[in-house]
Design a binder for this molecule. Structure first.
Ligand code: ATP
Length: 460
């Protein structure tokens, strides 16, 4: 069973994954800082995504577009007009809520009036009628804070891809179908209290726009919907096989007609069973030609593709798998958490990360804090550090140090003992012990073969 959220929040802070932001000033709602292990975990998830989506494919290329750009981008995309959430205010305490989140249970069971309308979850006060609130953060470029200098912080990464479609297609001489991938920070003025890093003001996304030929029949785009399905399957496979999420805690949810945006032909969410219930992890949307057409209309620039076969300029259709990197990090922590008996039958906490994701791949542990062991242990540490994220630890008992490494999900511990270095005038055997995080099995290998032995267990 998944641990409760408090267990993960406290482990994440105690062991240097995620800290509440600006804690010394009392923190800040929906903002978190990533500590030394959190940075590594985030980087490893991002790299696993990039590897699967770009490096290992021959039909996807990368992009890194500016965050602060011409505000017309957000007019053309529809965000200025439509990227809104329905807000309600409590008439008594003035607190604000997202109407849809009150209904979805983000505040737990809420009190209701005689007509079944929700009341303020804090003091039962009456709520105002919903009003639309735009979730984009605004900023200004230059010293004068007037409308002409106004710019937005991006609430998603996709638009940088759409406005660069022609640049990328021509520079890379790409034929349809092909995709453009981007991972980046996004900003949303979220007012619902986030559950840890599930919902934050700034968060990282991993998005890809896959451009394909428009269907012959707009109203019956069979091949296009089949392509959408393929991407849904591929993304689900990624969470299970590459990221290592338990399949029984993942499910697919198709948006029904009234939930779909007017331009979307289909949208499927990949959901995870969070401690509070199912929640979105990634949305795979069949966005038709909506984005390219809208930007072409507003900019007056054709965002088309020349189809050599028919000699015609066409507007490609798009499939968009949009994932949250920081939300995936929360899922990876929750899903990897396990409590089980150690060698002595006592409780040990293990983060069972896929080795590729583990922030620290190898820990070098001399059996005890001892001048005889240290030189060899440091030599091993120096040898491994250029190859893997490696930690050196010689304080406290070896058992305690194994527990510490288990708790941060380090796949391999390498111990140096007196047999390694020799004792009482006897020569050492120059062998070290590798202890496996999951099985707790130990094998002895010569230092000369250590890199090869570790390579079998942890990817570089
Ligand atoms: P939600 O309904 O949870 O607000 P959404 O449907 O608005 O999400 P999308 O616009 O589809 O989200 O964004 C794609 C992905 O980005 C989401 O599946 C999620 O993983 C991530 N994401 C969106 N908003 C946030 C946020 N405020 N904090 C962290 N991750 C987010």
């Amino acid at each position: 069973p998944a641990p409760d959220l408090e267990t993960i929040v406290s482990l994440a802070k105690r062991r240097g994954f995620v800290f509440p932001s600006a804690e010394i000033y009392g923190g800040f709602a929906n903002a978190y800082d990533y500590g030394p292990l959190g940075v590594e975990l985030k980087r490893n998830i991002r790299e696993a995504w990039w590897r699967s989506m770009v490096q290992e494919r021959d039909d996807v290329v990368g992009l890194d577009a500016a965050l602060i750009t011409n505000p017309l981008v957000w007019v053309g995309s529809g965000h200025v007009a439509n990227f809104t959430d329905p807000l309600v205010d409590c008439k008594r305490c003035q607190r604000r809520f997202r109407a849809d989140h009150l209904e979805e249970g983000a505040y737990g069971e809420v009190p209701r009036d005689a007509n079944g309308n929700p009341l303020c979850p804090y003091d039962g006060g009456e709520l105002t009628e919903p009003r639309q609130f735009n979730m984009m953060f605004r900023t200004q470029v230059g010293p004068v804070a007037d409308e002409a200098n106004m710019a937005y912080l991006p609430p998603e990464t996709a638009q940088g891809i759409f406005v660069n479609f022609v640049n990328v297609q021509q520079a890379m001489r790409r034929k349809l179908p092909f995709g453009i991938a981007q991972t980046r920070v996004s900003f949303r003025n979220e007012i619902t209290p986030g559950r840890f890093i599930f919902r934050t003001l700034e968060f990282e996304q991993m998005e890809m726009e896959y451009f394909c030929m428009p269907p012959r029949d707009r109203d019956n785009p069979t091949e296009y919907l089949a392509l959408h399905r393929q991407w849904v399957e591929e993304r689900l496979r990624w969470y299970i096989e590459v990221i290592g999420i338990a399949p029984e805690r993942l499910r697919l949810r198709d948006h029904d007609r009234d939930e779909l945006s007017h331009y979307s032909a289909a949208t499927t969410d990949i959901e995870y069973l969070f401690p509070w219930g199912w929640g979105e992890l990634e949305g795979i949307a069949a966005r038709t030609d909506f984005d390219l057409s809208s930007h072409a209309k507003l900019s007056g620039q054709p965002l088309t593709y020349f189809d050599e076969e028919t000699g015609q300029h066409v507007v490609p259709w798009v499939i968009e798998p949009a994932a949250g990197l920081t939300r995936t990090l929360a899922v990876v922590l929750l899903d990897a958490y396990s409590e089980e008996p150690d060698e002595k039958g006592e409780k040990r906490v293990v983060l069972k990360f896929k080795p590729r994701l583990a922030p620290i791949k190898v820990a070098v542990l001399p059996l005890s804090k001892n001048d005889a062991l240290r030189p060899t242990a440091r030599r091993v540490y120096d040898m491994l550090r250029p190859l893997w994220m490696t930690q050196y630890d010689e304080t406290q008992s070896i058992g305690r140090r194994y527990r510490r490494q288990d708790e941060i999900g380090t796949p391999c511990c390498v111990t140096i003992d007196f047999q390694t270095v020799g004792e009482d005038g006897q020569p050492g055997d120059d062998c070290v012990t590798i202890r496996d995080r999951d099985t707790q099995e130990q094998v002895r290998v010569p230092i000369s073969g250590l890199v090869a032995a570790l390579e079998e267990r942890v990817p570089r």
